[in-house]
Design a protein around this ligand. Structure first.
Ligand code: ADP
Length: 496
């Protein structure tokens, strides 16, 4: 308050010298800077050059009277508070002055205390007005900052090279950047606000976005990436995440689209190259293999033990290469989508019986028991490619034989699991350590340890199985305990 008074500059406009001098004295003692004028015109001139905040104004003065001075002040100096000085007989004038913009009035003659109270009230009012103005200014600045920040974030999102699409919790699109529109073939005039299916034709992508928006995936780690071909002949890889609120409630979904068309083309070229090379190698290798067999047959008894050993190793190796080439060709056929096209109605029991019979001979040479368990009631018929199914179960049972030591047990158990047909291939073999379990379906991945080192293989069997099952909407799971055994479980939907 002291500071306020020290800074306050107060003008007394009154033709009565005693009022001027008395007021000046009281105000100076209060710590204010007091200026005086005996006429209205003189007072107004002071206001033009001094930082006056309060005017004590006599209403009755010769020349320009108080009311006229008040009018000028309210017009030209809106921030100045005017306190009118009135005689007892002119209360009406005071009221009129207040109506015309005066802040307060003080009747004449007045005691020093009365003046002090009125002045303090006016100063307090000025302080409050100043504070209110300050906070209004701060509020406007904050709003402006927010607006600038918002437009800055918007510009960043707009200029991102990747596509960005944001939905609300109801799956309605609230934001799309230009890259997103380009990738999805959405014209610039199409406004946001509609359900996501109105912008993306791929049903799987829409389903994933809806699931996330509805709060089914608040844990980031379990959200799969999703690949699809967009309307604009572009392959897109989508990564979607929920937008979470303070209480981890789902406010919507943000999806990032990356253009992977070039990678897809490269992948296809690579597959075509592998297929071509494999094809070219297969016939000469088969010829070498056959000729080695012929030589070994023709020269029985004539070769040294060492030569016979070398030739048989060479024959084994060419057989290994022929299997590798066969697997590579199978894989490229799966990748190009040219398998599982010969769909027929199949009774899975018959198919499994055939494979178990065929591989039974191999199991016998290792003194293993290979059995097939079928349910009493017939399984639902399956509409699928028999060659693909033979490849799936042939690979799994052959693996069980390969990775189970002599005298082990292999069981193939088939049953109906709702709409799915379930086949379990169980063995009492070496088992697979947990750290390898999610890698064995990758191409060329082979577990190399003391027990499996000498078993030949290509590392392509399980990727082929997985690829074939993917193409028929089936799934494969594996459970294993080292030293105890492994179970591969396959589920295939009976209805296509
Ligand atoms: P390959 O058998 O030609 O090496 P696969 O892709 O069929 O290739 O299998 C990959 C790896 O998974 C194998 O090298 C082996 O280590 C492991 N594996 C597969 N099946 C079994 C099984 N039944 N028991 C133990 N290990 C297995």
């Amino acid at each position: 308050m002291v500071n306020q008074l020290d800074n306050a500059c107060i003008l007394i406009v009154d033709d009565e010298q005693s009022i001027r001098e008395g007021s000046e004295r009281i105000l100076s003692r209060m710590g204010c800077r007091a200026l005086t004028a005996s006429r209205g015109e003189e007072g107004l001139a002071i206001l033009d050059r001094e930082p006056v905040s309060i005017v004590l104004l006599d209403m009755k003065m010769p020349g320009m009277d108080g009311m006229e001075v008040l009018k000028e002040i309210t017009l030209k100096h809106k921030h100045i508070l005017v306190i009118v000085i009135t005689g007892y007989a002119t209360v009406e004038t005071a009221i009129e002055a207040m109506k015309k913009g005066a802040y307060d009035f003080i009747p004449k003659p007045f005691e020093p205390d009365q003046l002090r109270i009125v002045i303090n009230r006016a100063l307090e009012k000025q302080r409050l007005t100043m504070e209110a103005e300050k906070s209004e200014l701060a509020r406007q600045r904050t709003l402006l900052d927010l607006d600038t920040e918002k437009s800055r974030v918007r510009s960043i999102v707009e200029s991102l090279p990747n596509g960005v699409l944001v939905t609300n919790a109801k799956g309605r699109v609230v934001l799309m950047n230009p890259a997103c529109r380009r990738y999805l073939g959405i014209p610039p005039e199409k406004e946001t606000g509609l359900p996501v299916e109105e912008y993306i034709s791929d049903k799987g992508m829409c389903r994933l976005i809806m699931e996330i928006s509805e709060g089914c995936h608040v844990d980031y780690d379990d959200i799969p990436t999703y690949e699809f071909a967009s309307a604009a002949e572009t392959y897109l890889l989508a990564r979607a995440r929920p937008v979470l609120g303070e209480k981890r409630e789902c406010l919507g979904t943000v999806v990032n689209f990356a253009d992977v068309t070039a990678m897809k083309v490269l992948d296809r070229l690579k597959s075509e190259f592998v297929a071509k090379v494999s094809h070219e190698l297969r016939s000469p290798l088969s010829t070498i293999h056959e000729q080695l067999a012929l030589v070994m047959n023709d020269m029985v008894g004539e070769m040294s033990k060492n030569d016979a050993h070398l030739l048989s190793r060479a024959k084994e190796k060419t057989q290994g290469l022929i299997s590798l080439i066969g697997d590579l060709l199978d894989l490229s056929r799966i990748e190009s989508g040219s398998v599982c096209q010969e769909a027929k109605s199949i009774q899975l029991e018959d198919l499994l019986r055939g494979i178990v019979d065929f591989l039974g001979t191999r199991a016998k040479t290792k003194r293993q028991s290979l059995t097939l368990q079928l349910p009493k009631a017939p399984l639902s018929p399956l509409t699928s490619d028999p060659l693909a199914l033979e490849s799936i179960f042939g690979n799994l049972i052959a693996n069980a034989i390969n990775y189970t030591p002599e005298g082990g047990e292999i069981k193939v158990v088939a049953d109906q699991a709702g709409v799915n047909l379930r086949v379990r291939v169980q063995d009492t073999g070496f088992g697979i350590e947990a750290k390898h379990l999610d890698k064995i379906f990758e191409r060329f991945y082979r577990v190399q340890d003391e027990k499996t080192r000498f078993i030949t293989g290509t590392g392509l069997g399980l990727p082929i199985v997985k690829g074939l099952l993917d193409s028929m909407n089936g799934v494969i799971q594996v459970e294993s305990e080292p030293g105890v055994g492994t179970t591969f479980t396959v589920l295939i939907p009976a209805i296509k």
